[in-house]
Design a protein around this ligand. Sequence first.
Ligand code: CIR
Length: 254
Amino acid sequence: MPVAITRQLSPSITRCELTHLEREAIDVERALAQHRRYEHTLEVLGYEVLSLPAEADLPDCVFVEDTAVVVDELAVITRPGAVSRRAETAAVAEVLAQRRPLVRIEAPGTLDGGDVLRVGRRVFVGLTGRTNEDGVAQLRGALAPFGYTVTVVAVEGCLHLKSAVTQVAPDTVLLNRAWVDSSTFAELETIDVDPAEPSAANTLMVDGAALVAAAYPRTAARLAKAGLLLVRLDMSELAKAEGALTCCSILLND
Ligand code: CIR
């Protein structure tokens, strides 16, 4: 059964890291409800959801994606670029150690899972304020023995690579070409976000469907036109913390 690792929302989410957004009041109750709906949707779609407890002094711990990169053969525990997020990896490593051999990104490397987009054996890694060249080199070293190729991608204007591009179907990505060089993905089919919705590229592909944020109906219409089955989720409160759909889970094909 496929597994989704998630993590509960910390009550200190109101002190989360912000890079491209101004701080706005987060309605914590509403954020909790949106997160519960997200977990429930994954359950309905056939995932066993392993929901880790939050920690009060880890404001961003709900964004579990950034703590690990998991492939069938191993799990790479990251060293998040934001110092306030480094302690998030411990609880996730503990769970992953039961399912995969672990490799850890060591200093001076930094890597956020949100910068890692895997399409089959092709792995694209964004160089951002969170992920540095040393982190990419360590990830490449860990994945190369298993036949994965790692391509570095420049990212501009957003937090992570997956803010700019995500996979929506086995051979198709959804992207905002203002934030990422689209020629990198020339071997794949591409769909552009609607120009009025620059932040719409973060979607979560699950078996046979894509989870999309309700805030981006125009981009959803483009995806529907391409024949994709969509599940729309309200992520408004988590979006105020600069988080989106991929950020809230680590999916394992077990
Ligand atoms: C941060 O800035 O680290 C969090 N407030 C948001 C992280 C979102 N994670 C992701 O896109 N993978």
